[in-house]
Design a protein around this ligand. Structure first.
Ligand SMILES: Nc1nc2c(ncn2[C@@H]2O[C@H](COP(=O)(O)OP(=O)(O)OP(=O)(O)O)[C@@H](O)[C@H]2O)c(=O)[nH]1
Length: 308
């Protein structure tokens, strides 16, 4: 004797009627094989959100299992790239005909890249938090990539104040000398009395989100990371020998940055790149002077686009 199971989603109607913008699942944990431009395919440990709209006001609900199994198929047998992302979104909608005409999927994961040290030629891994989001809205496709890049920022105001103290200490030390001996000054500069003050710097995070233009068919994670790090000049390092640390100190001294400066540097490179239809960026300087953060936010300024 076979028993039939109740199918609430198909055979009952909503107690209270209404359409819904998004229904689905969040935080599905899955390994995903990812293909990103110019990189070998690699496995990432992803947290996935999957949604469709519910356009039938009377339908009891969507079919969660259908969304889950489509992502599971990608995880188990496929590779996530631009095209399979689009196919997945199509599958969300075609598995919900009559119920849905919008779909959204979001993958959050750490993407590891080998990064070179500044001078010594060593290499090490760095993990970049990435969010890849795809949306199909009434047939209109949007693909967004967002990457967090950590870097160091040294306060320009603090640097100026420290320089002033160093100048004062120099005057106090050599005030009574008729002429100043080059070697004496050189030696004095190499002591903690010489460099009496150091400016504060902080671990900083640039959060950058871009909307990929229609001409982009590969996921440009490394391109975005490289562009951000080149613009800021002081990304946090992986493998560090002393010569690398000294170069890092020089780069920090030559790239003094308020959060406004960092935001403008990134704004500049993003505006110059026609691959991105829109961008949103947030700079966070996790202050060491304060217990709070210094923050700046900006967008491309597209009408109807990202809001600050
Ligand atoms: N729609 C919906 N389903 C939920 C929710 N919470 C748990 N589920 C369960 O998700 C399970 C899978 O739903 P369906 O995809 O409709 O499963 P199914 O009827 O076996 O699959 P189909 O035959 O493809 O429709 C069901 O057992 C639901 O009870 C919820 O909040 N909304």
């Amino acid at each position: 004797m076979s028993t039939t199971m109740p199918d609430i989603a198909n055979h009952t109607t909503a107690q209270t009627e209404g359409t819904l913008d998004w229904v689905g699942m969040s935080n599905i944990e899955m390994p995903i094989m990812l293909a990103s431009k110019d990189e070998s395919e690699r496995m990432v440990s992803a947290h996935v959100d999957a949604f469709v709209n519910l356009k039938d006001p009377q339908a009891k609900g969507i079919h969660m299992s259908r969304l889950y199994l489509l992502i599971d198929e990608l995880s188990n047998n496929g590779v996530l790239n631009y095209q399979t992302l689009v196919t997945l979104l199509d599958g969300f909608i075609s598995s919900h005909h009559d119920l849905s005409d919008n779909a959204k999927v979001q993958f959050k994961f750490d993407y590891h890249l080998r990064r070179k040290s500044l001078i010594s030629g060593k290499q090490g891994w760095k993990a970049y938090p990435v969010t890849l989001t795809g949306r199909l809205n009434k047939g209109e496709l949007t693909i967004e990539l967002s990457v967090d890049v950590r870097y160091s920022s040294t306060c320009p105001c603090s640097a100026a104040l420290a320089r002033q103290l160093i100048q004062r200490a120099f005057k106090d030390t050599f005030l009574n000398e008729q002429s100043v001996d080059l070697n004496d000054v050189h030696e004095w500069l190499g002591t903690t009395d010489g460099i009496i003050a150091t400016p504060h710097s902080q671990r900083s995070v640039a959060e950058v989100k871009v909307k990929l233009g229609a001409n982009i068919k590969d996921l440009p994670i490394t391109d975005i990371v490289n562009a951000i790090e080149d613009a800021l000049q002081t990304p946090v390092q992986a493998a560090v020998k002393r010569e690398d640390e000294q170069e890092f100190a020089r780069l920090n001294g030559q790239n003094l940055m308020f959060c406004e400066d960092a935001a403008r540097r990134l704004q500049h490179i993003m505006l110059a790149n026609s691959d991105y239809d829109d961008f949103w960026l947030k700079i966070n300087h996790l202050e060491s002077l304060h217990a709070h953060d210094a923050v700046s936010i900006t967008t491309k300024g597209v009408v109807g686009g990202y809001q600050p």
